[in-house]
Design a protein around this ligand. Sequence first.
Ligand code: BES
Ligand code: MN
Ligand code: ZN
Length: 503
Amino acid sequence: METKLLTGQIQEVAADALVVGCHEGAERLTGAAGAVDRALNGALSELLVSGELGTKPGEVTLLHTLGRIVAPRVLVVGLGPPGDLDGRRVREVAAAAARTFLRLRGRRLATVAHGAREGGLTPEQAAGATVEGTLLGLYRFSEYKQDPRAVEPETLLLVERDPKRAAAYGGEVAAAQVLARRTNEARSLVNRPARDLTPGALAALARQAAEGVGLEVQVLEREDLERLGMQAFLGVARGSAEPPRMIVLRHRGGGAKTLALVGKGLTFDSGGLSLKTAEGMEDMKTDMAGGAAVLGAMLALAELAVPLEVVGIIPATENMPGGRAQKPGDVVRTAAGKTVEVANTDAEGRLVLADALHHARSFAPDWIVDIATLTGACVVALGHQAAGLLANDDELARKVRLAAERAGERVWPLPAYPEYKEQLKSEVADLKNIGGRPAGAITGGLFVGEFAGELPWAHLDIAGTAWNAKERASQGVGATGTGVRTLVRLAQLLAEGGAEDGR
Ligand code: BES
Ligand code: MN
Ligand code: ZN
């Protein structure tokens, strides 16, 4: 897929379809939609006046242009109320239009930058968000279909009539392309069945991709993990026939500060001996979504040459109930030295993250951020609309929220009161790996945070946001690739030393 910036009038562009937007409540068509409408002798206004033009967010109206303009089709996408048009909404409507385009089986799609003239976003941000949303919308996971798509979209044209503006779009559009591509790759990893995406396969793919963009790569194998004393991680891996891997990536972006990113990489979570139900296990190939986010972010950071030292760590394993599986009641010694009573083998994410965070600390980071499909309790708390955010440092938490906002992803803070840690007390060990039903997303996160020590740490629980279970206008069923863009935006913010406003 190639993305091009074009200076000109959208109604004159040669493409299989043109995308323009219309606000909810608009009395007439303005801007690009107005220009297209005039070229079509008022065909769009007629639909608007008769109430047949969908203007709710993501509604798409398809028109044939009958030779009045070069492009055979126009897609009018509903932008929703003008006041609500933020970066997230722009991505969503652009994706909805793109998904309609996919069904048309066209090759060339032309769009204007939604919201570029409205003030909520800078024109550059609007352009970036439009490209990002469109490329995310064009994603489809067809690796396992016998008949691949006959026609693949080839070109995305972002059309801007003002040459000065078009010139300014370049940077954000280039970043958007990288972020969308890496997000889509993360989605494919998450969508890929555990049969094929084993820890070994993930490590091999990570190595290849990382070398391709100039990241340093190191893959720790079982013997290395044993030498490092990672009993918590190895305990989870015991029940599986697939050997574990710890993937370590380094982006040498320069500067005095280091960010560590740690992503949970459970290529399958059966629960282990504390076995999940059949239903509870159905989507557990997605339990490496945090790892996929870290990998995608690291690759993007390298491509975008973000000026920050960043280390990415992905502990990859299956959680299986094989004959050598760890047993409820086992006590393991973490690499950090703390002992853990494994009361429930299904609370395995925090065990692998404990050792991964400890390993991250060996790089002397200034911040640690982990991302994980950690708890069903987070899904209960926030549903599928936001990731849970837990932190031991308000400044870092603020930056994570700002980064998510820039990325068009939602995160919502959970309180990290120290009293919650009392739930993790064990009779036999330093910690227990479950804290009971109350505040499960918090106790799970705080367990992980124990291994950040005094370092500023933030945790994103993406159990509810990594997988889209219900078809939507802007997204089909499957992996969302959440986290890639937030982590990249966070690294950019930290590299800048922290911008102060949300734009
Ligand atoms: N991977 C799951 C969490 C999960 C649940 C992710 C649903 C995505 C959707 C995690 O390893 C897990 O099993 N957590 C347990 C923890 C419990 C035993 C304390 C859970 O949430 O039930
Ligand atoms: Mn589990
Ligand atoms: Zn899990």
